[in-house]
Design a protein around this ligand. Structure first.
Ligand SMILES: Cc1cc2nc3c(=O)[nH]c(=O)nc-3n(C[C@H](O)[C@H](O)[C@H](O)COP(=O)(O)O)c2cc1C
Length: 178
């Protein structure tokens, strides 16, 4: 199976690429499955309804078997760029599983929980384990990602849950297509 590690933030100076690379490194050693970084910024998505939709985004979401969302907390919610990216596809998300990795001054938990609410509507099943990184303890100067080794176990648990559920959803997707 092929999974996308979706970077939700697009602002100058963002830290999401560092978090995504950390997840990818663990994921690459975790199983035989393939993980790739999917950066929302690369797709230059217009705000929904305000420009030409980027079909490459829908194609990418469609071809992936599951997702790891890297979600950051902005004003007690997820970033607008991630919400727009979620809104910019529909059936392409359906019947997939996802893991959530969050960060913020309190671990980004509010953004992660908000994301779960939205994923329910997009027929994406989010697994329980949510590695949550704290800006005060897992980053240096709020900008250099340097989590303790103890955080790897949670990432590994999340990946195991994601692969288990994605394997089950594979069967459902085959039935839906048939
Ligand atoms: C507009 C804005 C609002 C923010 N609001 C929150 C917040 O409510 N709670 C929180 O924990 N962190 C908040 N932060 C801090 C971000 O979580 C932190 O800057 C993080 O690095 C953002 O992710 P990024 O670097 O990938 O863009 C906010 C940051 C920005 C830019």
């Amino acid at each position: 199976m092929k999974f996308g590690i979706i970077l939700g933030s697009t602002r100058e100076g963002r830290v999401s690429p560092q978090v995504g690379e950390y997840i990818k490194k663990i994921a690459d050693g975790h199983s035989v499955h393939e993980f790739e970084i999917v950066d929302v910024k690369d797709y230059d998505l217009p705000f929904l309804g305000t420009g030409t939709p980027n079909e490459a985004w829908n194609k990418k979401i469609d071809e992936l078997d599951g997702y790891v969302f890297v979600v950051q907390e902005y004003n007690h919610g997820m970033s607008a760029s991630l919400k727009n990216a979620l809104d910019s596809a529909r059936e392409e998300w359906f019947n997939k599983a996802a893991g959530i990795v969050s960060y913020g001054s309190g671990g980004g938990i509010r953004a992660a929980e908000q994301l779960r609410m939205v994923l329910g509507e997009q027929k994406v099943a989010d697994v329980r384990t949510n590695p949550a990184f704290n800006l005060f303890t897992d980053f240096e100067n709020f900008s250099t990602f340097n989590p303790g080794a103890h955080m790897e176990a949670g990432v590994s648990d999340m990946l195991t849950e994601l692969i288990e559920w994605s394997t089950a959803f594979d069967t459902i997707r085959e039935k839906v297509i048939a």
